[in-house]
Design a protein around this ligand. Structure first.
Ligand code: AMP
Ligand code: MG
Length: 266
């Protein structure tokens, strides 16, 4: 198993039951090793982001999707926590407001994309418009079926204008979700996260899986690939996403700009 194996290949049909949510293949030593690795990655990410900010050229968009309790918030604390808060922005996608519903579904996503030198993390994203919207029939099939192409076009335009897009599907098992939902209900410190409707959504696991498989298949492109991240082990999820982001940023070969020192200051 190599890190690249977690990246989906365009044109290939995705079957999620072929991906093991318990997989920890790149860190066979387990949690301690993974956490040590994550600290090294955090130091790399910190330096890389400083360059991104200084160079003021590239833009980085990280998209996080996954079932309820799959660990989107935890990923944000760990991975985005490595960055300087001045250069990173988190955008969470909730149920659209009336104002948002009056526009096209990509409007609110476009309004939140990173500027030059900036990192933006989407906690959920425009993909909700082919996931929850599809599962709950919020718009008819004749409307959402065009969205895969529209999303690919939108993401291509962002890429062609300097945005690096990295998309992550946090893959947990249905059993792991039960454990995490029970924790939410029983643990007084995480009860606030429990939402009315979480158990109703869980009943739609199969429908969501189908919608995800379709979305992952149709929107994995050369310019904006999806990664399927085994996410039953939180430490492995953090390690893997951190590694993928750091590797991708390194490939940008960013440089600090020439210093603006004029002779007269000395
Ligand atoms: P949470 O991530 O737990 O804060 O919940 C956000 C909720 O907003 C989830 O239940 C999402 O499914 C829902 N949501 C996000 N985007 C949309 C959308 N475009 N249409 C309908 N519901 C959405
Ligand atoms: Mg929720």
């Amino acid at each position: 198993m190599k890190i690249d194996d977690y990246r989906l290949v365009p044109g290939k049909r995705v079957r999620l039951d072929r991906f093991d949510p318990d997989d920890i293949a790149l860190v066979p030593g387990g949690k301690k090793d993974g956490e040590k690795g994550s600290r090294r990655i955090a130091a790399r990410l910190d330096k890389l982001q400083e360059r991104l900010y200084a160079e003021h050229r590239h833009k980085l968009l990280i998209v996080l999707q996954g079932m309820d309790t799959s660990g989107k918030d935890g990923t944000i604390s760990h991975v985005a926590g490595a960055f300087n808060p001045q250069g990173v922005r988190i955008k969470s996608f909730k149920k659209p407001t009336p104002d948002e519903l009056d526009r096209d579904y990509l409007w609110r996503a476009h309004a939140a994309v990173p500027a030059a030198g900036e990192v933006v993390v989407f906690n959920r994203s425009h993909y909700e418009d082919v996931l929850v919207v599809r599962v709950h029939n919020l718009v008819p099939r004749s409307v959402w079926r065009h969205r895969f192409r529209q999303i690919n076009d939108f993401e291509r335009m962002l890429t062609e204008t300097g945005t690096l897009i990295l998309k992550f599907f946090l893959h947990i098992s249905k059993d792991e979700q039960r454990v995490r939902l029970e924790e939410r209900i029983q643990d007084s410190d995480s009860r606030w996260k429990y939402q009315h409707g979480d158990l109703e959504e869980r009943k739609l696991w199969t429908e969501y899986t189908r919608a995800y498989e379709d979305a992952l298949t149709k929107t994995t492109t050369d310019w904006a690939p999806w990664h399927v991240v085994p996410a039953n082990a939180k430490w492995y999820r953090n390690y893997l996403i951190g590694s993928i982001v750091a590797d991708a940023m390194e490939r940008l070969r960013m440089r600090y700009p020439e210093p603006d020192l004029s002779a007269e200051v000395f």
